[in-house]
Design a protein. Structure first.
Length: 169
């Protein structure tokens, strides 16, 4: 066998190994294409690393029990990334975190939740808090769909301008 053929076969073998390793790592995301949904926990490294938005990765954990999900709803092409925190009804740390990240609470929402929007982003974030008779959990859903264009400009309250005396105190 010539050196060129040996080199080509070696290169092909190395490329095959890298492709198989890559496929094994990204398989959960490819599986979503077929299944349409994925449910996982933070300990599921591949799913968490690939599918979880950075906003959720850095978010405070408001309970010991929580999980993540992704739904790809066909039809109007809606993508939903969610996180559920069980056994809690205190969403204040999440709301404070969203505000610190530039998200603004909107004055109205089409679902029974508080809708949040960030300037320059198409996604709408819904914070669903427990109502009387509901399970005690806080859920967040980040939605990306064709209707999000109606939320293009978030309505954020302007910071109040104090007097010069207040600013120097």
């Amino acid at each position: 066998m010539t050196k060129v053929k040996k080199f080509a076969l070696t290169l092909l073998a190395i490329a095959s190994v890298f492709f198989c390793a890559w496929l094994a790592f990204v398989w959960p995301t490819l599986r979503v294409t077929f299944d349409g949904s994925l449910y996982y926990k933070e300990k599921d490294f591949r799913e968490y690393y690939i599918m979880t938005p950075d906003l959720y990765k850095n978010m405070p954990r408001i309970s010991k029990e929580y999980d993540f999900y992704f739904d790809n709803i066909s039809g109007p092409a809606i993508l939903i990334w969610g996180v559920r925190f069980y056994d809690t009804d205190n969403a204040k740390p999440i709301e404070d975190y969203l505000t610190s990240q530039g998200w603004c609470l909107q004055s109205s929402c089409d679902v029974e939740a508080d809708c949040w929007k960030k300037e320059g982003m198409s996604e709408v974030l819904s914070v669903i808090k427990p109502r009387p008779g509901w399970e005690k959990k806080v859920e967040l859903q980040m939605e990306l769909g064709p209707w999000n264009k109606i939320f293009q400009t978030p309505t954020c309250p302007k910071p109040s301008q104090g007097s010069v005396e207040e600013a120097t105190q």
